[in-house]
Design a protein around this ligand. Structure first.
Ligand SMILES: [Zn+2]
Length: 274
């Protein structure tokens, strides 16, 4: 599933190709990809210039010269590709630009969305802090988590609490912080919050350097695979030995999502209960 590092990798790849370019055609092969009226969307954005390509959490944002925007969310299996993929039946939309660049929104499970946005600020204001932004400090993270008496793993996946982290990077960050995924979010001590904040940044930055993780369908716009999954220590590693202590990586379910962790390195403190 594309998380912050994967979306940031896509943004970095397409930004120089479409920034300043005019959107000249939107081919909708599956109209359900559009949130709202598909025809109204087409007419409102056709022949407008893209002034910037940004990201917030897992949302890729195309800012238009009209002040409006287009928000793309890849959800579970979405990809943005520069060439028609080998399985064209997975392509749900094609965005064409005046310089010849074409973006194929490929999406096996068809959960991804394209949302017309009147105001980017209004669209992103409901999201939690950006983990790679200056505002993401231990104090801010402590403030975000303090209101939630839920497992810290579940809190990290809630985009209203912190934006951009999904299942695999939450597992990696909790391992790096030495924190059990069931630790109550509102029971973390200052020192634990500090380590978790550092771990989240480190894990996400490392994954961006590797151009994301291609566990399943994720690919870069040029079709290549990211390599961040090669650096994973617990995510998707159930049954493998812990790289730190050799104990067997375990998996438990937290709110219907699997959590991989090392039972030896990531202790649940005796005074922690959810
Ligand atoms: Zn271990």
């Amino acid at each position: 599933m594309p998380e912050l590092p994967e979306v940031e990798t896509i943004r970095t790849a397409i930004e120089p190709l479409i920034r300043g370019e005019r959107l000249i055609e939107i081919e909708l092969r599956d109209r359900t990809i559009i949130r709202g009226d598909a025809e109204a969307f087409r007419s409102s954005v056709m022949n407008t210039r893209v002034t910037d390509v940004t990201r917030r959490g897992k949302h890729l944002l195309l800012l238009l010269e009209t002040g409006r925007g287009i928000a793309l969310h890849l959800r579970m299996t979405g990809s943005l590709l520069l060439k028609e993929p080998e399985r064209p039946n997975r392509v749900r939309a094609v965005l064409s630009f005046a310089n010849g660049t074409r973006l194929f929104f490929s999406d096996m499970r068809r959960l991804g969305t394209i949302t017309p946005v009147e105001s980017i600020e209004d669209y992103i204001c409901r999201l939690g802090p950006e983990p790679l932004g200056d505002e993401f400090t231990p104090d801010r993270l402590a403030c975000c988590l303090a209101k939630h008496r839920i497992p810290v793993k579940a809190a990290l996946l809630d985009q209203h609490i912190v934006a951009g982290i999904g299942n695999m990077y939450a597992d990696e960050a909790l391992f790096e912080a030495g924190m059990h995924p069931l630790t109550p979010a509102n029971a973390l001590r200052d020192e634990q919050i500090f380590h978790l904040c550092q771990a989240i940044r480190a894990v996400l930055e490392r994954a961006i350097t590797c151009q994301g993780a291609s566990i399943n369908t994720y690919a870069l716009p040029n079709g290549e695979r990211g390599t961040a999954h090669d650096t994973f220590r617990v995510a998707h590693k159930q049954g493998a030995p812990c790289p730190e202590c050799g104990a067997t990586i375990a998996r438990l379910m937290i709110r219907k999502r699997g959590a991989c962790y090392c039972p030896s390195c990531q202790h649940l403190r005796n005074d922690s209960t959810v």
